[in-house]
Design a protein around this ligand. Sequence first.
Ligand code: MTE
Ligand code: MO
Length: 375
Amino acid sequence: MKQTYTNQQSSGPATAAGRPAPPAAAPTTGPLTPEELQLGARNHSMPLEALRRDITPPGLHYVLTHFDIPDVDASSWHLRISGAVEMALELSMAALRKDPAITVPVTLECAGNGRSLLNPRPLSQPWIMEGVGTAHWTGVPLAYLLGKAGVLPHAVEVVFTGSDQGVQGGVPQRYARSLPIHEAMRPDVVLAYKMNGSELPPQHGYPLRLVVPGWYGMASVKWLESVEVVTAPFRGYQQEVAYRYQDSADDAGTPVSRIRVRSLMVPPGIPDFFTRKRLLKPGPVLLQGRAWSGKGAVTGVEVGIDGTWQPAHLEKPAGGYAWRKWTMPWVADPGVHELSCRATDETGATQPLEQNWNYQGLGNNVVQRVSVTVE
Ligand SMILES: Nc1nc2c(c(=O)[nH]1)N[C@H]1C(S)=C(S)[C@@H](COP(=O)(O)O)O[C@H]1N2
Ligand SMILES: [Mo]
């Protein structure tokens, strides 16, 4: 008998080891596929020059949507809070907007950022390195609403379900993810209805989305419809199959959660249109970029000029989970130079010089290298 899929478990096509099919076809060493181009055209990254700004305007912030962007009617929309709670709640947008609101600056990064630099290349959204952005998210703290509903003592996780649906790895599903109770109860986890002070744009989750500071983007469920407190770990596709650090399709792997330390640089000078190679005049130039980590504060950034590392100057971050600006003056002398940047966070973690490989191409944080021609 064919099993039907619910968000509670994954029961799609299985691999040899009996695991459900991975989220995409096997990695390849071949040229870019039409499917990657199709995804790349739908899901755009943040142009690196936007690293100059503390806060990323919505049109420059990266976008990642697995299925279609839903067209939600906010006037009839309701958020359900249910499951292992004393009192289930059903809230309209008008009601939510009357609750106490907070605004948090948060750097979101897609867990697949950097995937296309891997060899072999996992077949999915072909990010290079710009699947990132920082916004001010305004809305109701999740902990406030969970407090109102009254979480029962045996609860272990909270499951968030969006209104978008599709098929991935052969499994029909609504996009759904969970968080452990202790993460869900953090005071800075927000059900946001504003981005940078304006209504959420459709592609960023209108009318309501979750924002989980410090976690890779997959945790921040858009077009949020339901919040369910559960008493057993959630086993939905996006939790149990996708977003795992795996060595192979048969490896159960470990779940992806917080953002690994990373930094990026605004490529200096001007680009060549087609190759994006950088051209620069000789003389002083202020190199700049941003650094972030979901695991602790960024404590240092080093800039490499042709392989020689020097500490950059760090500015104050806008918040605990927002990127920090760094700068470093450089006098460009004629020739071809390789510039790079490498951040370290308070856990002591630093960016690798060589890209680490995993089957889904997740959590990449290799140092960026920018080649500039000074003439
Ligand atoms: N409902 C829903 N929420 C979702 C997704 C999705 O496809 N559907 N994609 C997730 C992923 S993988 C990322 S990286 C972030 C991207 O958020 P952004 O598009 O606002 O930058 O949203 C997350 N939330
Ligand atoms: Mo993502």
